[in-house]
Design a protein around this ligand. Sequence first.
Ligand SMILES: [Ca+2]
Length: 183
Amino acid sequence: MVRKTLLVVLIISLLAVFACKKEEPPAPPMELVSFTADTLDLVLMADYVYSDEEIFAEGSGAIRLTTEMPMSVDIYAVDYPEVENRLLVYKAKIRSQELVGDASLAMKVTLTTGTAFDARQEPSTAVGGTTDWTECEASLLIPAGSEVKSVVLGFSVDGFGTAWIDDLRVISAPPPGSVVEDE
Ligand SMILES: [Ca+2]
C-alpha cells in the first residue's frame, strides 16, 4: 500500500516537473544596454584612457588604452541588470597595435548579497600583437534566486602597448543547454 502511494506521488511529481518545464521556456537572448564609447562620458576610470576619434569600430570614436605595464581599467557600470537565472554576457570589440601580451574583457559582478565574481574572457581568444577589430566576450551564469546589484565592464591589458575597445554591450542570454522559446 505504502509502495503504491509512493509510486503515485512519484508519477505526480514527474508530471509536475514536465508541466513546469513546458510552461516556462527561457526567453531568447536580449540586449540590456549598450555603450558607443564615442566619448569618455560615463567612463569610470577616465584618467587612464583616451578618446580616439580616428580609430573606432562603431559610431564616431573608441576608447584607447596605452600602457607600459599590465593594467585593468573599469570602463562602465550597469546597475541592477535583470539577469536572474540567465547567462550574463559582456560583449565588445577590441583592437590592438604592437601590443606585447594581450588585451581582453573582464567584468566584476556583485550580487545584492554582497558576493562578488570576476568573469574573464577565455584567454585563448584574447587579442594581441597588431590585430584588427575583434568581437570578444566574457560571461557568467547568474543562478535562480540571485539578484545582480552591479556589473562593472572592464578592459584588461596583460602586457604593454596600445589597445582599443568599442561597442560595449550587456546581454541576458538563456542558461547554456536550455531550449529557447520561439521568437
Ligand atoms: Ca564607438
